[in-house]
Ligand binder design. Structure first.
Ligand code: NG6
Ligand code: CA
Length: 518
């Protein structure tokens, strides 16, 4: 329409015409960039959601998201615990390449250094407003243990591409138990200065191990017997905090409120929001209104609370008319665990519920339930509704696949392990990734192809030694499983040495950065 008008304007302005036409074409060539939201659950297993076969818990909002997009049945997190999984996803580099990326303490220094080009940098440079809301667990400040929590932190998320952040430094079971907003403690209470240590207790502060009577909200089953905050024992020592201390039952409400505010504020321009829930990590302590909503006790109720959070985001997008052009990826950082250190009866009340579905192992483990996770993608404008895909995909590829969506050009060396597999993620290409790499909690690596899985030899013991009853998948023998049989029961390494050899070769090439293309 506009082009016609320009053409009709006659000789006087015709010199300008090519320029205007070019600008117009340019605008047409670049479709309106979608908003991108990651809904990243914590320890949510392959079998935990109703749309993945969970029968003991209702997750209507996640079901709705899945029926509006694609549900992946062969999607993989990069690692079986939080910090390495998140590190890999946000940098596009395997965490096992980078020392210091294991489960972080609450006073770890920033693990992703400011000079690293992150997924958030990519969005920001593509013109997006960016935010991280919820669980962080990738360190803050310059140096481990040296943060002054009473002042702005010298390095925080704005140094790695997030315009806005409202986060928990680590996990809810680790001190400091306060939210950090844009690099400083939210609701800071000057009458209760904050001190944090992972080495020694603060004189006069009661500890969970000595004062079980003060653990009025939740008792520990293993570990988690140091500082007491909100009647719950934690990992690490802490003093002060006053009115800034979180109440576990309000965490989901706090983070969703900030997420909704961020969406509203940015409704007129493209935004990227990394929304990382505390659910369903321990301590599981959902709000009263979710109590008893599942037959599985606190863990099931935390899944219901997670589903509610998803519903809040969907409703906000609907209300603002943003649903059509918002790309949502819902997934989890690693597989499930029942007893992860609190007496919340997760094991006793699980009944028939299988948090890892048919898969063997769980959080921490080299077996499949450690890293095969739920993954749902919805983008009504571009993605067909109601698809279920068994294409082999990995979270490591979100970085370059989304760079394709935004049209961003990445600097040299950025996201070295990430590949553009956008076609897979949008349901347009069903070619499997040739392999994915999975990292167990002791750094044992596995190579998974569509049909086979090789677990490298490891000297770890067969069961997690510190409490959770989970098989590690570690063995001094090389292991090879036929994944068409799903549950990794029969080691076929001796029967198929040529396949073992081929998968070992892939692992060696990936380790030595010999893979150029997929
Ligand atoms: C373990 C904790 C566990 C959980 C995990 C990290 C103990 C005994 N266990 O060390 O409760 O916090 O670390 O989980 O302290 S993750 O999902 O953040 O990786
Ligand atoms: Ca986790």
């Amino acid at each position: 329409m506009k082009r016609n008008t320009v053409n009709l304007l006659g000789i006087g302005v015709s010199l300008l015409t090519p320029c205007l036409v070019f600008a117009q074409k340019n605008r047409e060539a670049k479709p309106q960039q979608p908003n991108v939201i990651f809904i990243y659950a914590d320890d949510l297993g392959y079998g935990d959601l109703q749309c993945y076969g969970g029968t003991q818990v209702e997750t209507p909002n996640v079901n709705r998201l899945a029926s509006n997009g694609i549900r992946f049945t062969n999607a993989h997190a990069t690692a079986a615990t939080s910090t390495p999984s998140r590190y890999s996803m946000l940098t596009g580099e395997y965490a096992w390449r980078k020392p210091g990326t294991d489960i972080a303490a609450g006073n770890a220094g920033m693990i992703i250094r400011p000079e690293r080009y992150t997924l958030a940098d990519m969005f920001k440079h593509a013109g997006y407003s960016t935010a991280a809301i919820g669980k962080w667990h990738l360190g803050l400040g310059d140096k481990a243990g040296e943060q002054d929590w009473n002042a702005p932190l010298p390095t925080a998320l704005d140094d790695i591409g997030f315009d806005y952040s409202y986060i928990m430094a680590a996990t809810a079971d680790r001190v400091p138990c306060v939210f950090i907003e844009n690099g400083r403690v939210a609701n800071y209470d000057p009458s209760a200065p904050i001190e944090v240590s992972y080495e020694k207790p603060f004189p006069g502060e009661p500890l969970g191990k000595d004062h079980p009577e003060l653990l009025y909200n939740l008792k520990h089953s293993h570990g988690h017997d140091m500082a007491i905050v909100n009647g719950i024992g934690r990992i690490g020592y802490m003093k002060g905090g006053g009115k800034a201390l979180w109440k576990d039952e309000n965490i989901a409400d706090s983070i969703i409120t900030h997420a909704i505010d961020f969406i509203k504020l940015n409704k007129d321009k493209p935004f990227f929001m990394y929304f990382a829930t505390n659910d369903v990590h321990v301590p599981r302590f959902p709000h009263d209104r979710f109590r008893g909503k599942s037959p599985m006790g606190l863990r099931g109720d935390a899944i219901v609370q997670f589903d509610w959070s998803v519903g809040q985001i969907l409703a906000t997008l609907d209300k603002l008319g943003l649903t059509e052009n918002t790309l949502i990826i819902l997934s989890s950082d690693n597989g499930p665990v029942l007893d992860d250190g609190y007496a919340d009866q997760a094991e006793e009340l699980a009944g028939d519920h299988k948090p890892g579905g048919p898969l063997r192992g769980g959080k921490y483990s080299a077996f499949e339930a450690g890293t095969r996770i739920p993954a749902i993608v919805s983008w009504p404008k571009e993605v067909k509704k109601g698809l279920v895909s068994d294409v082999l995909v990995s979270q490591i590829d979100w970085f370059r696949s989304l760079a394709e969506v935004t049209g961003a050009r990445l600097p040299k060396g950025a996201a070295p392990d990430s590949y553009n597999r956008l076609g897979n993620w949008l349901g347009k290409d069903t070619t499997d990734r040739p392999w994915v790499i999975e990292q167990a909690s002791d750094h044992t690596l596995s190579v998974r192809t569509k049909d086979w899985k090789y677990i490298e030899t490891s000297y770890g013991i067969p069961l997690i030694p510190w409490g959770p009853k989970i098989e590690t998948g570690y063995s001094k023998e090389p292991q090879l499983y036929d994944m068409r049989k799903v549950n990794e029961q029969e080691n076929e390494a001796l029967a198929h040495p040529e396949i073992v050899y081929r998968l070992q070769g892939i692992l060696k090439d990936v380790r030595n950065r010999q893979i150029k293309e997929l």
